[in-house]
Structure formats: structure tokens, C-alpha cells
Design a protein around this ligand. Sequence first.
Ligand code: GDD
Ligand code: MN
Length: 401
Amino acid sequence: MSQPKISEIEVLPPFPEAGLRIYPSDRTAIAVPLKLSLVVPTYNERRNLRQLVERLIQLLDRLIPDDYELIVVDDDSRDRTWELADRLAETYPQLRSIRRCHERGLSTAVIRGWQAARGEILAVIDADLQHPPEVLVNLWAEIDRGADLAVASRHVEGGGVSDWSLTRRFLSRGAQLIGLVLLPGVVGRVSDPMSGFFMVRRDAIAGKPLDPVGYKILIEVLGRGDIRWIGEVGYVFQERNEGESKVTAKQYLEYLQHLLRLRVDLFPLARFLRFGVVGSSGVFVDLAVFYLLRDGLGWGLTRSAVLSAEVAIFNNFLWNDLWTFADLSGRQRGWRKRFKRFLKFNAVCLAGLMLNVAIVNLLFNLLGVNEYIAKLTAIALVTFWNFWINLKLNWRVTDVR
Ligand code: GDD
Ligand code: MN
């Protein structure tokens, strides 16, 4: 078997356990940095590759002459796409080809290509001409304006799909909906999170442990990158002329696995534990104040319960503002803002109290669950509710540009 032109061992670091990392631009081991590295992941694309490469070179020679590279990353295709890529690389110096003989998968192919890349901007385009190369000009314009990420989207003005079957449209939109439920802060940031056609600033993802599964490289970039400014350009997803899509049910399952992995990795566990410690301190404050008012001052039951609860809420707000969410409250200084956060915190706790009572009644009266198990379940669920709503609606800092 002929040796691949650039064997994966020469250009790629070993596949690490804790995710693939891209070098930052100042530490790129490559001598001559470029403006753009466009990765083309291929699997059995021999009948499309030449036309794509020639269209890309014609376009990029005009757009960013002598300052870009194309990197084909082929997974040892049965139709020997890598052999054609090697031959094209001899004709076009802008083209490099990597043949992976021991790894497989679209999203890791893209990241492996970015690991070998020299560009300040990293990009990906499909090899089968379903992503019109001309759209690169608009993507580049977004990056030029300062975007960290420029995404070609089927769901903005000028976007669309050729004639997808209803099933394919339903599956694509359904996948997007599941992503919105599980990862609203990630999948909800772009109109077409399924897009496999985008550009990203190297330093926005450099050093991050990228660990995608399956096809959706964009949600990995959105989930783990430092992406502040996103530009979107519309494009029409074309019909494939040669070869066929490699998407199978396996890719949909891998997509779910990818979402769940990101959900767990991105859940702010340390912050949640701090929130739980503060909540536990509130229980002691509530009981102590209740004891003082009842046994110390002889106050009535309701008055003591309400006041001790409010003192506990104040205690929890103070510690959450100074410790749990300190990094966020530190970006929203001033007594007026702090008092506003305190009022919102009260509202969330009040809603949490009602939710608590509702859950206890549902579990105990309707489902016959033991009252203490019901109470403990309610406390756990309401703690999660209080944490998530306060994080997303109260202490959240939005970088509105
Ligand atoms: N190296 C490598 N390894 N490349 C792969 C693999 C793989 O395992 N699987 C697919 N590819 C390449 C294909 O050769 C093609 O260039 C590109 O990835 C997309 O594969 P398709 O099988 O054509 O995917 P699709 O057309 O159904 O979906 C594409 O477009 C969607 C909308 O933008 C993909 O890019 C999806 O991720 C994307 O959501
Ligand atoms: Mn395709």
C-alpha cells in the first residue's frame, strides 16, 4: 500500500484522552502563519473533489491571494479520495492533504485539520458542493467586520435548502429543537446550529478541549469556544450531484450523545455546589431566627415563620451575591442594581416556595409518596429551580453588542 503523502503521524499530535486542542496563533508550531485555513473533510468524495478544489482556488486566489490554504482530511476513503487529494496537492501548492488511517468521523476530521492548520481563521466546507463556495466571500466579510464566528445559515434571509424531503426537513428541525431544549445557551445562539459551513477565529477556540461526537462540529465550537460576536450569512443548501450523504441514524444518536456530553460538561457544577452550601446555611438561619422570635420573644407562629424565612432569604442573597455569583455581580456594581437583584431573588424564592408546596402535595396526596420523601424531593427540585432561574434571569450578564 503506497504511503500517504502526509501521514497523520507527521502533522497531527497523538489523539489525547482529554479532547483535541488547537494551538493559539502565537504558539503555532508552523513557521509561516496564514490568514485562512479551510478544511475539507472527505469520505468517498473522489467525484466531487477536483471541481470543488478548482472552484475554491479560483475564488480564494481573488479574495486572499497567497494567504490561505486548503486542507483535505480524508478518512482513508474506499474510493481513494486521498490519492486524488495528493495528486491535486502536487498541482496546487495551496492544497495539503491528510489521510487518516486510524481515526474516523466528520467532526474530528475537521479538528484534526485545524490542528495541522496555519491560518488565523479556521473554516470548514463540505466536499460535495452542497455548500456553494461563493458564500465564503460573505463569511470572510463577517470575519473582516470583527466576528469571532461567521456561520452560513439556511434559516436566515437568502437561506434555504434545495428540495429536501419533508422527512429530512422534519429531522433537521427536530434535531435543532432538541438542542434548544437541552442547550438553549449554545444551540439558541445561531439560526442554523446544524450548519457544517462556517469560519471561526483561531484564538476563540485555541487551547479548549474540543471533544465532539458525530457531525455537528459547530455546537462544539459554540459550546466550548470564547465566541462573543457571531455573524450569519444566508445560503441555499444545494442538491448533491455525485456520491451520497453519509448521514445515517447513527449520526442522530451521536448528535444526542454530543448534546448530553456538552450539557454535563457545561453545567456549572462548582457554582451549583456553592449555591447549595448557601441554601443550607439559610436553613440554619431560618430555624435560629424562628426559635428566637417564638421562644425568645413569644411572637405568633405565622409572623415568626414569615420573618425568619425573609431573614434566611436575605442571608442567602448576600452570600450568593458575594460568593456564588461574585464574578457576575462584580460586573453589575452599585446599590440600585444590587437591590434590584435582591427583589428578583425574593420573587424567585417566593415562586420556589409555591413550587415546593405544589410538589409536596402532588407527590403526597396524588401519588401517595411518603411525606418526608416528598418534602426532600421538593427541596432538591426547588434548589435546582432557584439556582437555574437566578443564574439565567438574575445574575446573568449579557454582552449585548
Ligand atoms: N473525513 C471524513 N470522515 N469526512 C466525512 C465523514 C467522515 O467520517 N463523513 C462525512 N464526511 C464528509 C463528506 O465527505 C462531506 O464532505 C461532508 O463531510 C458532509 O458529509 P455528508 O454526508 O454529505 O453530510 P450531509 O450533506 O448529509 O450534511 C452536511 O450538511 C449539513 C448542513 O450543513 C453536513 O455538513 C452536516 O453536518 C450539516 O449539518
Ligand atoms: Mn452533503
